[in-house]
Design a protein around this ligand. Sequence first.
Ligand SMILES: *[C@@H]1O[C@H](CO)[C@@H](O)[C@H](O)[C@H]1NC(C)=O
Ligand SMILES: *[C@@H]1O[C@H](CO)[C@@H](O)[C@H](O)[C@H]1NC(C)=O
Ligand SMILES: *[C@@H]1O[C@H](CO)[C@@H](O)[C@H](O)[C@H]1NC(C)=O
Ligand SMILES: *[C@@H]1O[C@H](CO)[C@@H](O)[C@H](O)[C@H]1NC(C)=O
Length: 547
Amino acid sequence: MDDAPAAIVKAKGGRGAFLAHFFIVLPVVTLCVVVYAPRYFSGPPPYYGGGANDVGGISAPRPSSMTRTSSSSSAHLGGLGYVAGRRDADEDDQQLGVGDGGALPQQVVLDNQVGSPCSSLPNHTICCDRSDYHSDVCFMAGDVRTDAASLALLLFPPRAASSAPEPPAAEERIRPYTRKWDAYITKTIHEVTLRVARPEEAAAAAHRCDVRHDAPVLVVTAGGYSHNMFHVFNDGFLPLWLTAQHLRRRAVLAVLSYSPRWAGTYGEILAGLSRYHAIDLLRDKRTHCFPGAVVGTRYHDYLAVNSTRLRDNKTIADFHDFLAGVYSDDDVRNDKAAGGSSSSRRPEMAWYERRRPRLGIVSRKGRRVVENQAAVAQLAASVGFDVDIMETANGAPLSAVYASVSSYDALVGVHGADLTTFLFLRPGRAALAQIAPLGITMLSRNLFGVPAARMGLHYVQYDVSARESSLSRRYPLDHVVVADPARARREQGKQEWELVEHVYLRGQNVSLDLGRFRETLARIHSRLKEQQQGHASRSSPDASPQI
Ligand SMILES: *[C@@H]1O[C@H](CO)[C@@H](O)[C@H](O)[C@H]1NC(C)=O
Ligand SMILES: *[C@@H]1O[C@H](CO)[C@@H](O)[C@H](O)[C@H]1NC(C)=O
Ligand SMILES: *[C@@H]1O[C@H](CO)[C@@H](O)[C@H](O)[C@H]1NC(C)=O
Ligand SMILES: *[C@@H]1O[C@H](CO)[C@@H](O)[C@H](O)[C@H]1NC(C)=O
């Protein structure tokens, strides 16, 4: 899961070529290009398109504190005054999924967000919440049917309402992705139209249901920055989970930019989110009918779940549990992941033994490499760790990555998309040690440090010194780029991100000072041993392990 040179080469062919190769050539999980962008740039949102940025269109969002445009709209179809949804889906589990199509069970609340203009959605309405800086989300309640020809979801009026006043010709358009401030990527996301069916459409046979579903549809994209593991979770699955977990798998995924490779790579996660087959929305020309729809996903923050914004107070630890469930539960998992089960459970049992804490070292390739990795691994062993080198970009299925990482007591690695796997570490027990190269200490902290700490991991950041950076071989030690990266960045003004990208992110390896790094490892090690001892002394000898 490295930002692989192969992706760069492809990108040089231009955006079109790159996008066309997305699923055909690039192994989705294994190639990760760093394309996230920091939120704390000063000044207006820079836009970086073209050139090497084609790899992922790096750009920085405005600081979230800036003024946001806020709007929401509802299209009401007649004054039926019926309010769909008062209770949670999970309270009425059995009542769901038993309808005969066209009717959304009264109890389903499509929007799980606190204070949303769409949280109380009357039947036969469309509601879009466009108030968030990162993403728009639209909801429909009623008789929803796909119109493949126009990539639209049509809302059909109730039959009895034909004499009712003419509904407003409401139409909403939405590109379901979580980076609406990111013009480059947003324009690659298909636009879906949501509208009320016209009277002649309602009468025509052309929109008869070919497939009736008794669960709402959730329209999402498999596109976007889908070649980078950070984005796959940050902009894909975590938002999807945030938006739909309260439906308890009773939602049909209709996927834009769907590919069998994507579905295979993330099969366990998809099965954990929905109990139904996903629909390939661009290729499936049938008319699918649903009792409701959600288009787009919510977004809270970098790899974050803000529990105060969710009606059921879920947290990022719940997302970890979700992942643990899909990769450990034999019912949900598919066969190819079978190898992961036993090893992902083993560490829980072994916790009571006085074993050596297990340390995973993320082995990057190409850039931000630990040049003296072998010595670092030896050092870790001498400190008392059982060391595992976690190879990246080797095509291993995510279930295998889950099995490895969930067995670690600590994960250490240089800043990069692979660290997204901290989501697989056990909250409340494991540690994440991030090695932050020169010039990206805050970026490192914001993208992985803060989220990891929020998940209940012990977070340690090791900021490399100028001498540990390969940049000290390229620049004299008193050059601003190595001597004062913060100033070097400020001095770039609008070109700040270019410096970050080309010099600090892509042009840097590290060679760790073994004396200094030993202290970091030793502190993590002794903390883990204390935890083990505390745990052992709290457990009576015959107590059965609690997980
Ligand atoms: C919403 O409207 C559809 C018809 O358009 C109807 O079949 C369904 O029963 C209604 N839902 C509820 C909860 O009343
Ligand atoms: C969580 O959301 C609430 C409500 O929107 C907001 O006030 C709060 O600052 C958010 N918390 C974090 C940690 O972002
Ligand atoms: C969520 O938290 C709020 C505020 O602490 C509380 O009032 C509410 O009952 C909680 N809801 C659930 C479903 O736990
Ligand atoms: C970093 O290390 C990799 C692998 O050894 C090497 O290919 C690359 O050129 C190095 N980059 C720099 C900037 O030294």
